[in-house]
Ligand binder design. Structure first.
Ligand SMILES: *Cc1c(COP(=O)(O)O)cnc(C)c1O
Length: 367
């Protein structure tokens, strides 16, 4: 029996249920099911939340990464530096663009891209860098932006886990040339289905992305480019706009739960997230590192506590990817994270007493 689930969206649903019903009725009456005014309203609100001038809503976070790469001019024969400590979509999007993902290691405390490792991996074929804001913690975007400026590269944020995160005064989504967000249901801002978006302040890039998301059509049946069907559904736009109103409060709730985890886990000597100074970590995932990871997860399961692992196998060791990515330098920190990560329950509505129960169940698993 599970009495502390890993994720429970019901507290979020209760708050927006009436808004979702109203949006559903409105769209059913209008019969405009794809793009349209609900999606445009969400785009304006999300751009403003991310401190950018443009937001282009699409069907998934993966499509958002793909179109960001195409807008950056990435194509066949190019290399894109990224990390292996991510969901496979980060590398898949680079492959969809015809380029090669080049994997570099993460920083051992923030678990995000190590800028020095990225710099060492640059070759004449490098076109872009995609740091992943893992678990809701932004990568060192100031150092990476400086690196991109010095080498003429494009910085693309994989912000799929980092809605409203901040580092060095920059919001996730506004720190690079382009950023990709996912609204998969379990993300901090989740659709009632699939969804994604690109944020940018480059007007020309935004125009190209808008063209590519809708079959490269400048007007109906006039196709300037070979584009994609990456459009967002009207229902998802309306649902996301309704939920975005509550996102700051839900994020504060995650931060407060994280503080409680931090205090109790520090007392136990367990390795927990270390937000960089001057940053806001939005805790899409609250992960700890435990060397006896499998035993710890088993012990928690026996006490009715569900956990997860983001991610147990790095991308460069996935059999579908092993021959298609290049590994640059040692990935020792990546490997250690994958061997030791345990994701603990974290969602708005998680009772504080559940946090205490999880922590006391971890008592014997320090180091
Ligand atoms: C969820 C996620 C994606 C992919 O988003 P989808 O909406 O599922 O396509 C990409 N990168 C990261 C880091 C993610 O967490």
């Amino acid at each position: 029996m599970t009495d502390v689930p890993f994720l429970d969206l019901s507290a979020q649903h209760d708050v927006v249920r009436a808004d979702l019903r109203e949006a559903f009725e409105d769209i059913l009456d209008s019969s405009q099911f794809v793009l349209g005014p609900h999606v445009e309203r969400f785009e304006r609100a999300f751009a403003s939340a991310c401190d950018t001038s443009e937001c282009i809503a699409v069907n998934t976070g993966t499509s958002a990464l793909h179109l960001s790469l195409l807008a950056a001019g990435v194509g066949a024969g190019d290399e894109v530096i990224t990390v292996s400590l991510s969901f496979v979509a980060t590398a898949a999007a680079v492959l969809y663009a015809g380029a090669t993902p080049v994997m570099v290691d993460v920083d051992p405390t923030t678990w995000t891209m190590d800028p020095a490792a990225a710099e060492a991996a640059i070759t004449p074929r490098t076109k872009a860098i995609i740091p992943v804001h893992l678990h809701g913690q932004m990568a060192d975007v100031a150092a990476l932006r400086d690196l991109c400026d010095r080498h003429g590269l494009t910085l693309i944020e994989d912000a799929c886990q980092a809605h409203l995160a901040v580092r060095g005064g920059k919001r996730a989504g506004s720190a690079g040339a382009f950023a990709a967000f996912s609204f998969y249901p379990g993300k901090n801002l989740g659709a009632c289905g699939e969804g994604g978006a690109i944020t940018t302040s480059h007007e020309q890039g935004a125009d190209l992305i808008r063209l590519l998301r809708d079959w490269g059509a400048t007007e109906r049946y006039h196709h300037e480019l070979v584009g994609f069907n990456y459009r967002m559904d009207a229902l998802q736009g309306a649902f996301l706009a309704a939920k975005l109103v509550h996102l700051a409060r839900w994020t504060d709730e995650r931060t407060e739960l994280a503080r409680r985890y931090d205090q109790r886990l520090d007392a136990l000597g367990i390795v927990r997230p270390r937000p960089a100074p001057d940053s806001v970590h939005v805790y899409h995932v609250y992960a700890v590192r435990i060397s006896a990871r499998d035993a710890a997860r088993r012990a928690l399961r026996e006490q009715g506590i569900e956990t997860n692992c983001h991610y147990p196998i790095p991308i460069h060791r996935q059999s579908g990817y092993v021959d298609r990515v290049r590994v640059a330098g040692s990935l020792i920190n990546t490997e250690q994270c994958c061997a030791e990560f345990v994701s603990l329950p974290m969602y708005p509505g998680l009772p504080e007493s559940a946090v205490d129960r999880v922590c006391s169940a971890l008592k014997h698993f320090a180091a």
